[in-house]
Design a binder for this molecule. Sequence first.
Ligand code: SF4
Length: 191
Amino acid sequence: MNQSINQKITYGLERIAKAFRVLLWEESKLYKISPIQIQILLFCASHKQENLKVSFLANEFDLTKATISDSVKVLIKKELLSKKINSSDSRSFTVKLTKKGNEIVNKAKGFTSVLNKSIDSLTTIEKENLLANILSIIYQLNQQKIISTQRMCLTCFHYEKKGNTNYCNLLGTALKKEELQIDCPDHKMTA
Ligand code: SF4
């Protein structure tokens, strides 16, 4: 079959996504929780407390609030997450990793190491170009509303392209290609 290069790249990305899903599934089985539940735990370990609420997680994982709410309930029941009630609104809450939840995160956080190792076979320039191209594809998908908010430089209020240079106005510095962010804690959506 004579496939276009675009189609081959799409198939290639699908295979890599499949490898990610397989690794995630294998890891989640070790702790008797579901893949999305382990993703929630990992997300909680590396993001601001104020973002750890059902609506934010639903948007992050492109799932319904009901699905995330069910997973959060299970994680609370298993004592891997605890609730932190908002002092100004008792109906609103964020979640927090418990000691037990943190232990799982510490064991599980390297679940993509096989994928990382396979990327190691590329040269630095190849990696930089690959990252830039992947960011560009994610940006396009985000602009077409196929995937939700991406906390990446290309969608950030603080980002500016000056000629060929990527610049962060918040940090007041040029960003090397490998410094372009895909999940930045200081990201601010453009208006
Ligand atoms: S704040 Fe973060 S996401 Fe925004 S431009 Fe700077 S480094 Fe990139």
